[in-house]
Design a protein around this ligand. Sequence first.
Ligand SMILES: Cc1cc2nc3c(=O)[nH]c(=O)nc-3n(C[C@H](O)[C@H](O)[C@H](O)COP(=O)(O)O)c2cc1C
Length: 224
Amino acid sequence: MPATIDLTTDELLTTTRAVRKRLDFDRPVDLELVKECLQLGLQAPSGSNAQGWNFMVVTDADKKKAIGELYKDVFFNTYAPSPGSVHSRAKEAPESEQKIAIAVRESADHLANNMARVPVMVIPCVMGRLNLVPPETSTLAWTGSLGSIFPAMWSFMLAARTRGLGTCWTSLHLLKEQEVADILGIPYDEVTQTALISVGHTIGDTFKATTRRPLGNALHVDSW
Ligand SMILES: Cc1cc2nc3c(=O)[nH]c(=O)nc-3n(C[C@H](O)[C@H](O)[C@H](O)COP(=O)(O)O)c2cc1C
């Protein structure tokens, strides 16, 4: 199926937003469209070309409801009061960043309140339990594992954008990872969930580039 939205590469890279408020919770998403985007994700790199990725796609209403309730609970009761949350950031952001920080908080609240209603959830998984990796090997093990699935997921999200689907990378359900594993029959002892990407058709398809902190704040050439 051809892409539905005509974007240049630079437009695609600058307008693939975390879509929460403009996600159509009531319009079903064809599973074939999700599979098509995942198929494109498989062209992403993985360490040693091992391709040890697994993608749990959730469409069942009862399962989404159960996961959505867990997400909402963690979001408002554990994450929101914590330092570094979008709620804390919105309170503490300097004047110049406050508008965006408040918009992100409102948007994240909206998704948390509606997570059970997202048409599709995609949970990228890696083999093994990352939280049991011995500390002395952890940098390589963690970056190798996550670096071998996150590029595929970002490709998935870019492909989704060109097909009129909006996505949002979320991670907070990982505080209830075992409960979610039980809901989905994921063997928790052998498989680590790494994220939960919400997927739905977008309301309108025009998205804008956003303001980020300047590259100069993050750039180091030849020495730190
Ligand atoms: C590792 C990671 C974890 C994230 N976890 C969550 C989450 O649990 N819930 C949520 O609403 N958004 C989550 N996000 C989305 C970010 O808030 C979002 O990417 C950021 O605000 C930038 O959005 P923008 O591209 O639309 O400006 C996460 C993003 C990343 C990369």
